[in-house]
Design a protein around this ligand. Structure first.
Ligand code: ADP
Ligand code: ZN
Length: 609
């Protein structure tokens, strides 16, 4: 029986971490007691550690099933850097290589074996590991087993056989995305003996959520990047062309940016992704094709230049920021025109049912973008998680609440305009036409339909057209107006709206922006550390990483470098108190780090007061 203190000692010794993250310890303890586990933890919660750490305690190996061949090598490199011997078997290896590795497994050279699920079907992995003691079977991305998940992989179905053959080893199934339905599928398919799954909160506290009205996206992005010159980020675009165009424009401004989308060749995609992981390119401009299998911990921001189709994707894509737990930014540039574009795509879908679902998802997305409520609360509510009503302090609406004003008169004007149009013409019109009437426009339709004779013609000079759009969209959200979906979407008065009109009720609205909001957004607040030293340490890390041919973060995370740049450790003992420095990294890089700190301090010490 391993005590809690022993677990923490191992955590410190190998990983250099001082404490477990929520649920990690409980999950590990269950595994060591030979219990099955189902764990649903958001990205960045630290799932890998849950199956890696037990391998250091148990005599047999830990078998990890992971769907992404690209990630296996990284994981194995990262483990080696921690002094945990691991290896992988997948279709990328030659027969000779894989024979050697299997021999190593039999002779106890490795603690952890990664395999890809396709291995299970091509040649019988079950037979290959037959004479090897397996103490834990960990199944990463376990939702791939479910047809109801977003990433079904038929090969995962074979895991049921593995389970039957190795009934002695407990199974740990891990995923970051699981609806009830998917959870149930995972439990059934793997015959998991679990009373209740471990489900963590999906609140990513280190992420700052923000929405800005999109007007000149390139300028807005450039301005955002100005204060983030050395930070990694992903910019999601709706179209493939969009990614290439943006990457070219950013490059033109001297920013290292590369595109990524499914239309590029495999070689280019891999090269661009690698450059990003290795911090050789600062920004990836990507479609949704990018992200699965990126476990780069120091992505400091995710920008959505265009509106995502639904909130689930938005959560997942923004979730790629800040895996290392450091403050990171999520920025959405929003214009209603983007919603109209998506709507247009939705119209092309063959089935009416599919269209309806997609439309509803889009409405939720637009609601998120336009809402003045806490972004975090809205996002979590989508996943059925409630977080109370307190100020989250890390979203634009909580930090800078929008000013409200008495919108009763504006609402009366807009609603009665909608009413009068219908009364006069017998049909409803779109939002823009309503605004045209209110602001006294002189266009062809207005004249043809005689709308310049309406009593509501030209009564709205106090607001600009875009301000009226802002107001009317609020009235739609409040349920006073209804906007039909479809190509020629129109605006109609609801029952609620008509009783509002009759009773001359009052309403508070948020102030429409008087001019385009500025994008000057300071990077999410951070601990104080010496940036000069931090930059020096980054250079050293890059050299070390290049020598070993691994991504930078495998040598040290940004968290570790920032802590060194804050505490200026002078000895090996002091260095060991730094987050992320365990025995192996101390031995390997301890002296280099101390020397760097001393060298940086020298000139400062010599400076006379
Ligand atoms: P997930 O797979 O859940 O997205 P990872 O396993 O990639 O998350 O872990 C995310 C990051 O958190 C990694 O950089 C990892 O080293 C770090 N981490 C994991 N557990 C801890 C811990 N107990 N303390 C500090 N950092 C941790
Ligand atoms: Zn908030």
């Amino acid at each position: 029986m391993t005590s809690a203190t022993q677990l923490r000692t191992i955590l410190k010794q190998y990983y250099g971490y001082n404490a477990f993250r929520p649920l990690q310890e409980a999950i590990i303890t269950d595994t060591l007691a030979k219990k099955d586990v189902l764990a649903v933890l958001p990205t960045g919660a630290g799932k890998s550690l849950c199956f890696q750490l037990p391998s250091l305690i148990q005599p047999g190996i830990t078998l990890v099933i992971s769907p992404l061949i690209a990630l296996m090598k990284n994981q194995v490199d990262a483990l080696s850097a921690l002094g945990i011997p691991a290896t992988f078997l997948n279709s990328s290896l030659s027969t000779k290589e894989s024979r050697e590795r299997r021999h190593g497994l039999r002779t106890g050279q490795f603690r952890i074996l990664y395999v890809s699920p396709e291995r299970l079907s091509t040649d019988s992995l079950i037979a290959q590991v037959d004479d090897i003691q397996v103490d834990l079977i960990a199944i990463d991305e376990a939702h791939c087993i479910s047809e109801w998940g977003h990433d079904f992989r038929p090969e995962y179905r074979q895991l049921a056989d593995l389970r039957t053959h190795r009934a002695d080893a407990p199974v740990m199934a891990l995923t970051a995305t699981a609806t009830e339905r998917v959870q149930q599928d995972i439990r059934e398919a793997l015959n998991l003996r679990v009373e209740s799954p471990y489900i963590a909160s999906f609140d990513r506290k280190n992420l700052f959520y923000r929405v800005l009205p999109k007007n000149r996206p390139l300028n807005q992005i450039l301005e955002f990047l100005r204060s983030r010159s050395s930070q990694s980020g992903i910019i999601y675009c709706q179209s493939r062309k969009g990614t290439e165009h943006l990457a070219a424009q950013l490059s033109g401004h001297g920013i290292k940016a590369l595109p990524y989308h499914a239309g590029l060749s495999q070689e280019i995609r891999t090269a661009n992704q690698d450059a990003f992981i290795r911090d050789e390119c600062q920004i990836v401009c990507a479609t949704i094709a990018f992200g699965m299998g990126i476990d780069k911990p120091n992505v400091r921001f995710v920008i959505h230049q265009d509106l995502p189709n639904n909130l689930a994707s938005y959560y997942q894509e923004t979730g790629r920021a800040g895996r290392d737990g450091l403050p990171s930014d999520c920025l959405l540039l929003f214009t209603p025109g983007d919603a109209a574009k998506i709507n247009h795509f939705i119209e092309q879908k063959p089935s009416a049912n599919e269209q309806e679902i997609a439309r509803q998802q889009l409405r939720q997305m637009v609601h998120y973008a336009e809402s003045d409520a806490c972004r975090r609360t809205s996002l979590l509510a989508y996943f059925g998680e409630s977080r109370g009503t307190d100020n989250c302090n890390a979203c634009d609406n909580c930090r800078e609440p929008k000013k409200s004003f008495d919108g009763s008169i504006a609402a009366q004007k807009a609603l009665s305009c909608v009413y009068r149009v219908y009364e006069r013409s017998g049909f409803s019109v779109g939002l823009n036409h309503i605004i045209a009437i209110l602001t006294g426009a002189n266009n062809e339709k207005i004249k043809r339909w005689g709308h310049d004779n309406l009593s509501t013609y030209d009564i709205g000079q106090e607001f600009s057209r875009s301000q009226w759009a802002h107001i009317i969209r609020q009235l739609i959200r409040e349920g006073l107006l209804f906007q039909t979906s479809g190509l020629r979407s129109t605006v109609e008065l609801t029952t609620k709206g008509s009783s509002f009109l009759k009773s001359r009720s009052q309403i508070q609205l948020t102030k429409p922006p008087s001019k385009p909001a500025s994008t000057t957004i300071k990077p999410a607040a951070d601990d104080d550390y010496d940036d000069g030293l931090f930059q020096k340490l980054r250079e050293i890390r890059k050299q070390l990483a290049d020598e070993k041919n691994v991504p930078n973060y495998i040598i040290f995370s940004d968290v570790t470098l920032r802590q060194i740049a804050k505490h200026f450790p002078q000895s090996r003992k002091e260095l060991l108190t730094i987050h992320g420095i365990g025995a192996k990294k101390l031995e390997e890089y301890g002296d280099v780090m101390i020397a760097a700190v001393n060298k940086y301090r020298q000139p400062q010490l010599q400076t006379p007061n």
